[in-house]
Write a protein that binds this ligand. Structure first.
Ligand SMILES: Cc1c(Cl)c([N+](=O)[O-])nn1CC(=O)Nc1ccc(S(N)(=O)=O)cc1
Ligand SMILES: [Zn+2]
Length: 259
């Protein structure tokens, strides 16, 4: 299933192999804060990542991904719009080209430099990630915006490892990383029902997008752009950048806002 972010295989072509691309709950979306519904029943998001166990970091030809042990509830997110704890499986990023923004969600038309996605699955209701990934309440993705400014103290742990996963298909050990250090100080959020933002675009995601971005330096962002979409054995070397899907039609969905 070769899909990508290029002219021929990019987001506008995905519907050919993945018709759900034109579905009724696609992601990302443009979030308009004034039109979000302040829902007082929405409690705080609780992220328990202290016992989480990262396994590896890899380049899957679309993004850089850090995978976690998800065989028990050692790292979960709960509260907010979620009826039960969702288990952390992986996190990855989307970003733009040099000097360009590359977040997936936008806020009143404003794009951020990058967007971090922490992908969780409903292990209470479903036996595997694969099963959850096709269920309407199967996944919960925590979206965190990145804006450029000062160096991020902890992002170095990730950016210093990127040279080891330059090529598509490369993977290397990456143990003991706790993603709690990537969370902003405020966990205020918007939430809505959506989908995976890349093929297979399953409409199985409860999106929780944090309002407060984290700050990373241009230099750190630049290291993401040393990654390649292409494999070591391939003739062509294509820089991994602009790996984001543009906002999709809201189709009458309500975006709720935490207090
Ligand atoms: C679809 C699937 C299954 Cl099923 C499995 N599996 O291991 O069983 N892995 N994948 C791949 C996957 O997770 N894709 C994914 C795509 C977009 C996003 S995003 N940007 O956060 O919306 C999160 C994840
Ligand atoms: Zn993503």
């Amino acid at each position: 299933n070769q899909w990508g972010y290029g002219k021929e295989d990019g987001p506008s072509a995905w519907h050919r192999s993945y018709p759900v691309a034109k579905g009724s709950r696609q992601s990302p979306i443009d979030i308009i804060p004034e039109q979000a519904f302040h829902d007082n029943s929405l409690g705080p998001i609780i992220a328990n990542y202290d016992h989480c166990t990262s396994i590896n970091i890899s380049n899957n030809g679309h993004s850089v991904v850090v995978e976690f042990v998800d065989s028990d509830n050692r790292s979960v997110i709960q509260g907010g719009p979620l009826d039960n704890p969702y288990r952390l499986k992986q996190f990855h990023f989307h970003w733009g080209g040099k000097g360009c923004d590359g977040s997936e969600h936008t806020v009143a038309g404003y794009s951020y430099a990058s967007e971090l996605h922490l992908v969780h699955w409903n292990a209470v209701k479903y036996k595997t990630f694969a099963e959850a990934a096709t269920a309407p309440d199967g996944l919960a993705v925590l979206g965190i915006f990145l804006k450029t400014g000062d160096d991020h103290r902890w992002l170095h742990t990730i950016t210093d490892a990127l040279y080891m996963v330059k090529y598509k298909g490369s993977v290397t050990d990456f143990r003991g990383f706790n993603p709690k250090c990537l969370l902003p100080s405020s966990l205020h959020y918007w939430t809505y029902l959506g989908s995976l933002t890349t093929p297979p675009l399953h409409e199985s995601v409860v999106w929780i997008v944090l309002k407060q971005p984290i700050v990373v330096s241009d230099k750190q962002m630049g290291k993401f752009r040393t990654l390649l979409f292409t494999g070591e054995e391939e003739e062509e070397r294509i820089r991994m950048e602009n790996n984001f899907r543009p906002p999709q039609p809201l189709q009458g969905r309500k975006v709720r806002s935490s207090n």
